[in-house]
Design a protein around this ligand. Sequence first.
Ligand code: ZN
Length: 487
Amino acid sequence: MKKKVIAVLLSAAMGLSLTACASEEKKNNSVYSITASLSEDKVLTAEVTCKYVNNTDVPLDEVWFHLYPNAYREGAKVCPIADGEVSAAYPNGKSYADLDITSVVVNGSARDITLSGTDENILAVPLGKTLEPTDSVKIGINYTLKLPNVSHRLGYTDKSINLGNFYPIACVYKDGAFVADPYYSTGDPFFSECADYSVEFSAPEKLTGAFTGAVKSKSSENGVTTYSVTAKNVRDFCAVFGEYNKMSGLAGSTIVNYYYYKDSAPESSLNTSIDAVNTFSKLFGEYPYPEYTVVQTSFVHGGMEYPCLSMISDKYAGDSYKDVIVHETAHQWWYAVVGNNEVKHAWLDEALAEYSTMMFYENNEGYKYTFNGKRADALSAYTLYCETYKDNGMGNTSMTRAVNEYENATEYSYMTYVKGALMLDDVRNTVGSGAFKSGLKRYYSGNKFGIAEPQNLIGAMEKASKRRLSALFESWLDGNVKLFSQH
Ligand SMILES: [Zn+2]
């Protein structure tokens, strides 16, 4: 996500490198088949069938699903919208989601509907038998969802209907348990595995839909348009509807789509999206999907990344709008293709997305921003932050906290985006640009479609540079780094 952030070298000893990559083993993806229908009065009716593949190495008796829409309900304890953002996010006063799960079926047999988790954020589905590793089970979940009137990832305004995290998605099973974090307001608190999607989505004809993946067919009947969409090996599936204009272009063989309703220079926004896909493909490794879609939306923050789809807030324009496009596009590499636990290690994708944005300007002339300018801004912003907050309870500059452990969104943003980018710049200056870029390529290719841990990034940089870098990373991640000088 892109928030409203403005947006001394330590010595590193020579030494042996450590681990390499997270998950290169071949596995069969789970498959989601979704039939969804959006009504005029913003109620979603959906049938989700998940062919869940047990890709863990232990037998499972149940499968847990995140129910992210439930966080928007009245009475939620953990809300996706921070107190300070409520008035900006709800254009017409508070509005709530209403999620009603009407049936849960496992291999054809009905199950009780049991909501659990810290805030009714989990649907635990008992399988009725043990699911051995590599085996699969068919889980059907039917529900209706009344959307909230909110300018957020999930909700509608008079400009767009944002459907981020609109369906039950399987929790990642890790270290003996399903990871079941609720929908915190800080960061992008999501964690999921790549899967294949086949989606039939119907909506009022006056609306145009933009989706993760490729639209295979589209037909209209009785005022309703139905889209048939497929997406393979994606970490999540998102849809956005609005009264859109659409432009498309090519980045290599990738179709790049741009949907907008308010843009005085749409070609320029499309070209920025194409430049970003081309630049990051060259720097980190090829964008692996056939389409990439950038969608202007109503959104209280700057933008939000989903696989193959980025939401860009209409409250920005011009150079800052393009800057958000670049940042969100970088997330296609860091979060979408190379996944990570965004609750626990938010810096891992945000620092990379922010630093990749700086690298974009280094590789593209004709934009307002420059690499050096962005780096100088980050240095002065971080220095000012430390000076301002060191004595008033926000002096903890560690980046190893989970998103809900930061004091507030400001502290989180400065640590994961600003300090995170400075950390990567320090690593780059320590190992040299060549090794740094080769480390990023290694990290990308070694963790593609998998879930990376911080050690995978550190290990990739160590391998590429043939230096021991753990202490350098840890001094930034855990410690209170003092900035001695600009370089
Ligand atoms: Zn981001």
